[in-house]
Structure formats: structure tokens, C-alpha cells
Design a protein around this ligand. Sequence first.
Ligand code: CA
Length: 387
Amino acid sequence: MTKNINVIGKEGAHLMLSNLLRSWSSNLLTIAFSLAFTIASNAQVPHYIIADQDASGPGGSDMASLLIFLQSPKVNLLGITIVTGDNWRDVEIAHTLRLLELTGRTDVKVYPGAAFPLVRTQAWTNLSQQIYGKINYMGAWNQENKQAWDEVPSLEEGNPTTKPSVEDAAHFMVRMVHQYPHQVTIYGAGPLTNIAIAIRLDPHFAELAQQLVIMGGSLNPQTESEEWINTPRREFNIWFDPEAASITLTAPWAKITTTTIDASIQAHLSPVLHAIAQSQSIPARYLVKYAHHDGDLDYVWDELAAITLLDTAITRRERYVYMDVNLNHGPAYGDLLTWSDSRKPQLPLQKVHAQIDIDVPRLQKDLIELFTSPTPNAQNPVPLPAH
Ligand SMILES: [Ca+2]
């Protein structure tokens, strides 16, 4: 590559200096504005949050992320919306209702969402593995999950006595952004089916939200793990419902932030569980009792996206890129696509703040503090089963 070299005279040098000063003062102004904006947005407490989850339980990342919102005095959790992903919707609803009973937070309502992805089916996915190779993790569709989609077995943590709302997830989310325009954070830590349905129901939905925060996508994770070493752009939440993810990532949100696999695999939950093992707080006892101890499941997935929402300084490095999803029904169906400004296709895409590097000690400190605190507004928590 060759660069143009201009020989400049004295006048040119003056012009350059004045341009430089102008650009500095404009940069200073931008910094001042962004500082003011940051202070203003931090002052917007309590955060109105809707947590959209594939709430497989008991314990695990889905439930830990819900506990972060239930435990934080900064958060006004408007509701929890449920989507099939890690497990089937109906059993996830039961686990979530039970979590709310155990923490004494039945004031928070649970809204049933999509039972299936928009287009991808289990039958097609099973067949596609014969052509394109085995998928590492398929959530509700994992071979060992013998449960029917609408079957709710007896729960280890006890069966809930409360019921979900009759309103569905998408209508609830749309109603909330109209009730609190530009004040609601949509937190999506499962497949994005419910959020995509809300976007299609009401084209104003995304722009009326304050922001979208998701756990999803994978860029270039530094790992030897079987799940990403040959398929670094595949991440379950995006992969499970690629069409929903594409609809969601290309909608006109004021801001989109995502916790990627790149960031998640930098921290484990086990040091946090170890630190809270003796705590008598309800979330600590629940998380320690039902913790998953097997391999990759110990990474900090949805917890990271949730806690970063409350403490943005956890992010040490991010990439700010255009994002979409590969919708071709080939071997890369559901893989994340990203572009820089200079390579972006001529399509209405959105730029996404992709969390890449994190402050692990800060993350752990925040989680330990939250999980060992008393649960705000807890009313008559049901005792944890003794066995
Ligand atoms: Ca999840």
C-alpha cells in the first residue's frame, strides 16, 4: 500500500494547526457530553428491566442472572419472560416461579413466551448434523433430554404453587415500553424469539426501549474448548433461533450491548460459589445447593451480562461492530456475522457494543456482595427443601 505524501508550506502548517485545535476542542466537547450522558444514565435508578430467559433450573447461569436482578436494590424488575432454549418453556416457567417463591419475590410476574424457535426445527437440526457435523450443545434438544415440550416433571427444588401470567411475553414487553417509554432495558439471555415477536408485533418496540442487553454471539474466543475451536462464530442463544436473532440485532434500538463467548470464558462462577458457601442469604444457599459443577457450565454466561448492566466498569475492552446472523441453511446457519464501518453491506444494520475483555476480580466482588445480601422486598420466602 502507498500513502500520499503532501509537501506543505507555512500557510498549510497554520491551517493544519487550526484544524487540529478545532478537532481537539470538538473532541473535548464530545468527551464532556458523553461524561454528562454517563452521569445522567447512571442516575436513572431504579433501572426498569425485563428479563427474558430460557430459565433452566434449579441453579445455573439462567437462575443466577435472575437472582442478580432480584437482589439488586438498583433494579425494578418489571417481569420475567420465558423462552424455550436451555430447556423447554413450560418447565422453565415452573423453575422460575419456584425461584420467586423461594426468594419471597412473587411480586415479580412470569410471562410465558415462545415454545419453539421461529423457523429452526429439532427435526431439521437433527438431520443437518448428518451432513454438517455434530452440534456440541442444543439445550432443550439435547439427546439426553427425554422430556416432551409441554411436560413439567416434579422439581428438585419443590413444585411451585403460584401460576404464570395469562399475558404472553411479547405483548407484556410491548405494553411496558409504552408505559415507560425509553426507560426499559430489555435483557435477553436466551434465544431471542420473544424479543423478535415483540419487534414484529410493534415496529416501535425497539426504539421505545432504553436499550437491549443480551448474552449472545461469539467473535474470536481464545479457547481450546471443543465447542468453539472449530466453530468460533457459533453461540447457542443466537444459533437456536437464527431468524429471531437477526430480527432482534437489526432492529432500531437506542443501544445494543452483548456479552460474547470471548468475555464469558474469562471467568468461572466456582470462586464466587466458594466465597458465598457459608452465607445464610437465600440466593447463596440456593446457588450453592443447586450449583452445576461440570466443566463449561461453570463459565459466567448470563450473570456477566446481568452484572455488567449494573456495573459497566466490568467491561475492560469491547468491539463496536455491525452484527447480523447467517440465515443460510448450510453448515454456518446461525453463526454470527460482523462488519466494520468500511466493510458494512448496504443494509440497515445496527452497531453493537460487544464485550470482549472483563475485570474478573471486580465481577467476582460484585457477585459475592449481591448474593450474600438480604433480598430486597422479600415477603414470606418458602424454605429451601432440606434434602
Ligand atoms: Ca440463558
